[in-house]
Design a binder for this molecule. Sequence first.
Ligand SMILES: [Zn+2]
Length: 347
Amino acid sequence: MDDRQGVLASSVAATHAATLVLDTHVDIPWPDTPHPATATRRQVDYGKMRAGGMDAAIFIAYVRQGTLTDEGRAQAADKAMRMLRAIAAAADGAPSGAVFCRDAGEMEAAFAAGRTIAMSAVENGYAMGRDLTRIADWRALGAVYLTLTHDGHNDLADSARPRADLGDLPAIHGGLSPLGRSAIRELNRVGMLVDVSHTSRDAMLQAAAWSHTPVVATHACCRALCDHPRNLDDTQLDALRETGGLVQITAVQAFLRRQPEGGRALASVADYCDHVDYAVKRIGIEHVGLSSDFDGGGGLTDWADASQTAHVSAELLRRGYTAADLRLLWSGNFLRLMRIAANVARA
Ligand SMILES: [Zn+2]
């Protein structure tokens, strides 16, 4: 280690200690879920979080898109509820060493107390079926956001990646459905954020305009740098800036670097930070955050699991971001949105 690296290492450590480091999208294995307080093969468990200086993670109750039938919807709803309960139970006090948080205030108090923080969210509005009351049930279990779709259209919105095996046409709603608009109103009412990752471009732009709370893409990258349907183009990024929303750049190789036909291009923290730089230059640092999509497809050569999280901070500091910038990127912007969501819910 030369002097410059030594200075960087100590500033990374100091910055991490003073920063609430939040990863806004982490999947969980299911149904066999090794307890995160134990040493697991998961990319994110509490030990790896502590080793890497990751203070908080939003764990995802994810349901894969299935057929738009009553039976399919009911199974999805049941699965999401069980996963939300499991995420909260796994962070329940003493045995885990972690704490489950439901809002910005609880998170900041837990960070001040030096605790490892778990939160939850639901990925795929399919888990709601056509029953808007599910949303209040999720919020009661602590969920902080809903990802409107996954891959494949659902009752709420069109997906950025239609599923041919489900018989999907390119679009079925032209963006959001009337039910999708009602779901966003209900998310606004209960204080959950609207996640526009995975939705079609039209659905994303409509959601940004329709929601009373700024929307967030909790795990996505920049289409100008990598032409992938899951990424946001400049018009979409601009819509986030105009509505006060957020893009949480994510660590999925195929979103970061164009993948060669039949091959694989590995992506690194440097590629990841290129997308952060691009989004910051385009829409301002107040509209950009960080996520991994670990245990759901995320992982870089040098950010392979939560224990390597400081590598991201080191690269950002090396590129000239300040400690204050890192606080915004790692959690400040997302906390701001959570507070707006809570205020909208109270109004
Ligand atoms: Zn996802």
